[in-house]
Design a protein around this ligand. Structure first.
Ligand SMILES: [Zn+2]
Length: 112
């Protein structure tokens, strides 16, 4: 069925603003909140990435962005994904386990 068979055995939010996931195969992912947010899989974020608005050519810092971005809430969705609510008010992303693991592996790769 699903080639991805690892599942989280432990999940926590670290003090250095990372999501920490212990996987059933012994791997530990430590994903910075910003990377989670930047990779939000929801249709709105993917659309914004493809079609940046012209006014976004000039950088603007909104009040939400001026605050440190944190994860406010994280809930399991079925047994295959998590929904994550960020402090900028965004909470529509559905992070499948495969995506979380992919991001975790990419972070580990980049920091090794
Ligand atoms: Zn999104």
């Amino acid at each position: 069925m699903n080639a991805f068979s690892s599942y989280p055995t432990g999940i926590s939010l670290s003090e250095d603003h990372r999501l920490e996931i212990e996987w059933s195969d012994g791997v530990c992912s430590r994903i910075p909140y910003k990377i989670l947010r930047d990779n939000c899989p929801c249709a709105h974020c993917r659309e914004a990435e493809r079609n940046p608005k012209p006014e976004e050519l000039l950088p603007v810092i909104s009040s939400a962005e001026a605050q440190p971005l944190i994860v406010q809430d994280m809930k399991p969705l079925g047994n295959y994904a998590y929904t994550i609510a960020f402090s900028d008010g965004h909470d529509t992303g559905i992070y499948k386990l495969e995506l979380l693991r992919l991001l975790g592996d990419a972070v580990a790769e980049a920091e090794s």
